[in-house]
Design a protein around this ligand. Structure first.
Ligand SMILES: C[S@@+](CC[C@H](N)C(=O)[O-])C[C@H]1O[C@@H](n2cnc3c(N)ncnc32)[C@H](O)[C@@H]1O
Length: 268
């Protein structure tokens, strides 16, 4: 084993990350990136640990995945599944903040994009639990991606129990291995600012690569403590990321979330 493999194994086995079963390619990518900035192995490890802390963002909240997996398999009625879904959405800061405005949020977005037949949900977190509330057909093509395996497994059990026959969650690092499937709409909610911290310029490459007609990038209007306004910082991030493209952008605000609806053009 070389030093990269040793550090990678060490980080994957730490108590904090063991249960997440993170993709080894994510850790390798972080180590390779940070090795370009530091020559001292200790500094590399410290920097990788900081990046991992930030990209897994465990402080934003989680359900008990094992208990939730047992529970979802027992649910049968639409009402039971919706109550469960709302409880899951409330477990994580990003989805909890969206919950009071959920209908308004998607009504505003679909007024711009039209009701899509195919959706990608990038760095999805617990957001796909909103699917039963989106008034889309049960055969909606919905492809969700996250690096967190217990989340992915729970989402797949939920889709199955709800009867969403073409909905699927996949464990994938969207920066290392961007989805190639074409779709009318991609959701990319509350993560682009973190990706930029992981690797400067990473959004530019990702947004270019995606084969979607509309890319809906949401960003927080204020910091996590709700003390600093972030509107201008987030607008600048989007402005810099789309540089060199003539994509049309419409901005929608809902609660404390700013959504940049980027029209990349017909790709489907
Ligand atoms: C702040 S949460 C946002 C979740 C969701 N998009 C929302 O707004 O409700 C970020 C999520 O992105 C996932 N994530 C972070 N980096 C990722 C990557 N490179 N590829 C796939 N998922 C990633 C994390 O595991 C986490 O579930």
């Amino acid at each position: 084993m070389n030093s990269l493999d040793i550090l990678s194994q060490k980080l994957l086995q730490t108590r904090k990350y063991r249960a997440l079963h993170l993709p080894p390619e994510t850790i390798r990518d972080l180590i390779e990136q940070e090795s370009q900035h530091y020559s001292d192995p200790k500094a590399v490890e410290e920097s990788v640990r900081k990046k991992l802390h930030q990209l897994t963002a465990l402080y934003l909240g989680d359900p008990d995945y094992e208990a939730a997996l047992q529970e979802v398999r027992q649910l049968t009625t639409r009402a039971e599944l919706e109550i469960f879904a709302r409880r899951m959405l409330a477990c994580h800061t990003s989805t909890r903040e969206r919950l009071p405005n959920l209908t308004d949020f998607y009504t505003k977005l679909f007024a711009i994009t039209g009701k899509p037949q195919c959706i990608l949900d990038l760095a999805c977190g617990l957001n796909p639990f909103a699917l039963p509330m989106l008034e889309l057909p049960p055969d909606i093509d919905y492809q969700a991606y996250d690096i967190h395996l217990p989340r992915v497994d729970l989402l797949n059990a939920f889709f199955k129990q709800c009867g969403f026959s073409a909905a699927h969650a996949e464990q994938r690092d969207i920066l290392v291995d961007p989805p190639t499937q074409s779709a009318e709409v991609a959701f990319f909610f509350k993560e682009a600012h973190r990706m930029e911290q992981r690797q400067k310029g990473s959004n530019h490459r990702l947004w270019e690569t995606l084969c979607v007609e509309y890319l809906l990038v949401s960003l927080p209007g204020s910091d996590i403590g709700k003390t600093h306004d972030m509107h201008e910082r987030m607008r600048n991030l989007v402005k810099q990321t789309v540089q060199g493209h003539t994509w049309q952008i419409k901005e929608v605000e809902c609660g404390d979330e700013l959504v940049f609806c980027i029209h990349k053009g017909a790709q489907v």
